[in-house]
Structure formats: C-alpha cells, structure tokens
Design a protein around this ligand. Structure first.
Ligand SMILES: [Zn+2]
Length: 105
C-alpha cells in the first residue's frame, strides 16, 4: 500500500459504498480527480477519477458525446460486463459518484 499525496488542486471525495467483500459491508471509497476539462461543455473527456478502496484501483471517466450527452466509463468488472449490452447500467462506483454530481449527469 503506497501513500498517495493528492495535489492541492485535485479534489478528493470519499463515499461509502457496498464493500468488495461478500457481506458488502459499507466501505469508504476514495475518488481522486485526475483530470478536469477546463471547458466541460466541449465534446470529449470531461473528467476522470481514480477510485481507491475496492479490490483493486479503478478508473472512471465522464465523456461528453458530440450530441451533448454524457457517458460514464468505469474499468471495474461490473461496468465492463454490463456496459456492453446495457448502457443504462451503472456500477456502484459510477452510481455513487453521480449522486454527488447532480449537474454532470
Ligand atoms: Zn465500477
């Protein structure tokens, strides 16, 4: 386990989500913003986060399409598995983050 030293300008969000163990005991997940587009209305990548606290670290990206819609991406198995067939499905990492960012979604 390495100690992360977030840069002062990068926000760190901590959310309580069902944990990675079988009991799904609520565990703290840490979201660290790794990229933020200065113009979020432009098509392309709006923001990216590192997610720590799960079984392994994940990356979440919020993308704006040319049509102006937003699409969420997460690298966890749940998102990869469901995302191919069901674009309305969001893994717990994305769902939790969306709740904290009502404007982005
Ligand atoms: Zn996920």
């Amino acid at each position: 386990m390495t100690t992360l030293t977030p840069k002062p300008s990068f926000a760190l969000i901590t959310l309580l989500l069902p944990g990675p163990d079988r009991k799904r005991k609520p565990s703290p997940y840490h979201y660290r913003i790794t990229y933020r587009n200065p113009d979020p209305s432009e098509p392309g990548c709006v923001m990216t986060w590192d997610v720590l606290g799960g079984r392994e670290p994940y990356q979440i990206a919020l993308e704006r399409t040319d049509a102006g819609n937003t699409v969420w991406h997460c690298t966890c198995a749940d998102a990869v598995f469901h995302g191919e067939n069901d674009h309305a499905h969001h893994c717990k990492h994305v769902s939790g983050l969306r709740d904290t960012l009502p404007r982005a979604a």
